[in-house]
Design a protein around this ligand. Structure first.
Ligand code: CO
Length: 134
């Protein structure tokens, strides 16, 4: 089911500071900030030779990462994203095996304009998993 690692997402309390760290100190290629109102986050992508890092800052009052940042005020790894060839087939297989898909289980459009789903961290060793159909 799993294909490449698409990205690792890090929740940050201050996106400008995180961008300065990655672009300046670490010399990475960093995208322009992209506000995603539907997801309640502003996203920046860092391009690495073999994958991407996604920096997430809360956007709006009901951001899904607000609670995470309350528990981890200096930020932290929020989720990892695996690529799948067929997200509906993957969802149905996971559900058949008793795994919990978050939300209503219908894929939403993620930061790359591709369909994504999230899987319950309690079913995956405490790690929030994002699946993206590429
Ligand atoms: Co993501």
């Amino acid at each position: 089911m799993l294909d490449r690692l698409n990205h690792v997402a890090i929740a940050v309390p201050d996106l400008n500071a995180a961008v300065a760290l990655y672009a300046g100190t670490l010399g990475a290629i960093v995208s322009e900030p992209m506000p995603l109102a539907e997801h309640g986050v502003t996203v920046v992508f860092i391009e690495l030779p073999n994958t991407k890092i996604e920096l997430l800052e809360p956007l709006g009052d009901a951001s899904p990462i607000a609670g995470f940042l309350e528990k981890h005020p200096s930020g932290g790894i929020h989720h990892i994203c695996y690529e799948v060839a067929d997200i509906l087939q993957a969802r149905d297989k996971l559900r058949a095996d008793g795994m919990r898909v978050l939300g209503d289980g219908e894929p939403r459009t993620g930061a790359h304009g591709k369909p994504v789903l999230f899987l319950h961290p309690k079913d995956f060793q405490g790690t929030l998993i994002e699946l993206e159909q590429v």
